[in-house]
Design a protein around this ligand. Structure first.
Ligand code: SAM
Length: 577
């Protein structure tokens, strides 16, 4: 965070213009030091942030500087990062109280703990984590230290505002029908998550924001080798449209896959191996995602089952993660509700990627975590307006606990910095492949496949390839493809592709944050009237794959038979090599 401020500043606070939003704004107006800086004040605040970050870098265990930075991050409207600093400050006070640090009186620590807890509550309130904020405040009110003293009024105001915001949120969900038919459990889940906007943090240096040329060259040669010189990586043809639609910052890279030769419908182009995966069941190798049920010989390494020693070696750090499922440690003693195994495959995948990055940075001490494999291959994927469900438990406490378990120093290591963890999480969300197998939900990283862009009229299909024992993804041409054309998969299922433009736009918003920039959707935007009955008028897309939920083997046949649809003319222009 102590680098130059390289891109325009945008906070990650979500603005809805709804009632709970005005409640948030009203709350903030009570605190002049949280007043959002205007453009003239911004350079000064930026300087302050850099100077505090440098002090944290020199002494990462100082509670006061963490508090100061959390306050500044609230002012700059990055509540998720303020939560991260306030959480670390609270951990330090708790640990200091237990160890009775030399030179610190108990009274000092008592004051700091009170201040830090309030700050954490405020940041959670801003990130719309109302349930977690109330939990925290209730937990604190059971301890005597908040019942008296100058901050009591602040605690009361925050508690009142949070209760009101939660009530409004509940009402809102009933009104917009998201609660109508939902099970109680789902309602609680919806209410328990906050939300943040995906933004490129302004201090991320270009070197970490864009992928380096050598990373792209490595991916390119791997792809050319796997596809026998038929596929390569170049800047995507969507780039201009993405920039025009405000979905790409000027300095962001955006690549795609291109045909280097004419390709006949039905040809297999390449197979991309899964490198890290996580699944809701327990029958798959964490490295290559091979199905381990049946008679295959397997290999145990530190409580994790791999298909063989090579896979265990490749994902060495993950071996230590077996222990994660036992979740002992600091939080088990203090906050029992945080002592859970990973909730789902997405969270488990995040932990495994963290383990791989942790190992990489430990082994190559010179590099930054965002430069390490496999994160360095994945696009940052920031889209104007895209938001992500976010919680204190899943996005701050759990990953930090994982890193401590792996032997990291969560105060000192750059991997534990809030903005670094958020950036990694964002990259996984944009690039992970999701699939279903025998009712198991699987989330996987396939570093070549993740270069594919989406089209609502895709020209290639991505099929789950279990043939050689691993869960790789096999790329097959759905139609004749001319040399130089960009290759597009579909991030939607066959059924979803057949739905209306509006529905597709909504389904795709998690990736695009706005308009889908494929030709089919661009055409629909240009001629909205001619396409009123767009479901009928849009070309048939019976045989597409689902990028994130993968195709089954049965669909493969459909891909081949439908690949010569008359309306399947290539949807993007081709380029020359
Ligand atoms: C898995 S990545 C695709 C590869 C990426 N272009 C790269 O440079 O690595 C997914 C991201 O690409 C962009 N993208 C892909 N297809 C798109 C489309 N049809 N419309 C808008 N954005 C798209 C979005 O930013 C999305 O989050």
């Amino acid at each position: 965070m102590d680098g130059c401020w390289v891109r325009p500043w945008v906070g990650s606070l979500c603005h809805y213009g709804d009632e709970s939003q005005s409640l948030i704004e009203q709350y903030l107006s009570h605190y002049p030091h949280y007043q959002e800086p205007n453009q003239t004040e911004l350079p000064q605040v930026e300087l302050q942030l850099r100077s505090i970050s440098r002090r944290i870098h020199h002494n990462p265990y100082l509670i006061e500087t963490r508090i100061a930075r959390a306050e500044l991050l609230i002012k700059l409207r990055f509540p998720e990062l303020a939560v991260s600093d306030a959480h670390k400050a609270l951990l330090l006070t708790c640990r200091a109280t237990q160890d009775t640090w030399p030179g610190r009186s108990c009274y000092d620590l008592y004051i700091l703990k009170r201040e830090t807890s309030l700050l954490l509550g405020q940041a959670l309130f801003l990130a719309r984590c109302f349930v977690e904020c109330l939990d925290l405040l209730l937990g604190i009110s059971q301890q005597n230290y908040v019942l008296y003293g100058p901050k009591k009024e602040d605690y009361d105001t925050l508690t009142k505002s949070t209760r009101r915001a939660l009530r409004l949120e509940r009402q809102h969900h009933w009104q917009d029908n998201s609660f109508r038919e939902a099970e109680k459990e789902y309602q609680d889940e919806l209410l328990s998550k906050g939300e943040i906007k995906l933004v490129p943090y302004p201090w991320i240096p270009d070197l970490l924001f864009r992928r380096t040329m050598s990373t792209i060259e490595d991916a390119k040669s791997e792809l050319q080798r796997l596809s026998n010189g038929r596929v390569t990586i170049e800047e995507t043809q969507l780039r201009e449209r993405l920039q025009h639609g405000g979905q790409l910052t000027l300095d962001q890279d955006a690549y795609g896959l291109f045909a280097m030769a004419d390709i006949a419908a039905g040809s297999k182009l390449f197979v991309d191996r899964t490198v890290i995966c996580a699944n809701s069941g327990s029958s798959r190798c964490p490295a290559c995602c091979a199905d381990l049920t049946g008679n295959r010989s397997t290999f145990w390494a530190s409580e994790e089952l791999f298909c063989d020693a090579a896979c265990a070696g490749r994902l060495n750090a993950v071996c230590q993660l077996g222990a994660l499922y036992q979740w002992s440690g600091y939080y088990q003693r203090t906050h029992s509700r945080l002592s859970q195994p990973p909730k789902d495959e997405d969270q488990a995948l995040f932990f495994r990627v963290l383990a791989a990055v942790h190992k990489h940075t430990r082994d190559h001490s010179s590099g930054h975590p965002l430069e390490s494999w496999p994160i360095n291959r994945l696009t940052a994927g920031y889209h104007s307006g895209a938001t992500r469900a976010w919680s204190y438990t899943d996005d701050v406490c759990a990953p930090l606990e994982v890193l401590e378990k792996l032997g990291g120093d969560i105060f000192e290591d750059s991997l534990s910095e809030g903005w670094v963890l958020e950036t990694i999480s964002n990259r996984i969300a944009t690039n992970a492949r999701g699939l279903e197998s025998n009712e198991d939900q699987i989330a996987a990283i396939n570093p070549l496949y993740s270069f594919f862009n989406h089209s609502c009229r895709p020209n290639v299909a991505a099929l789950d390839d279990e043939m050689n024992g691993t869960s790789s993804v096999r790329i097959v041409a759905r139609k004749d493809i001319a040399r130089g054309s960009e290759l597009f998969i579909s991030y939607l299922s066959n059924e979803e592709l057949r739905t209306s433009y509006e529905n597709r736009k909504q389904l795709l918003s998690a990736w695009t944050g706005g308009d889908c920039q494929c030709m089919r959707c661009a055409h629909r935007r240009e001629r909205p009237d001619s396409n009123a009955a767009c479901v009928q008028e849009e070309p048939e897309c019976d045989d597409s794959n689902k990028a994130i939920a993968n195709d089954s083997e049965e669909e493969e046949e459909a891909v081949m038979t439908n690949s010569e649809d008359s309306d399947d003319e290539s949807d993007e222009t081709s380029m020359e090599f």
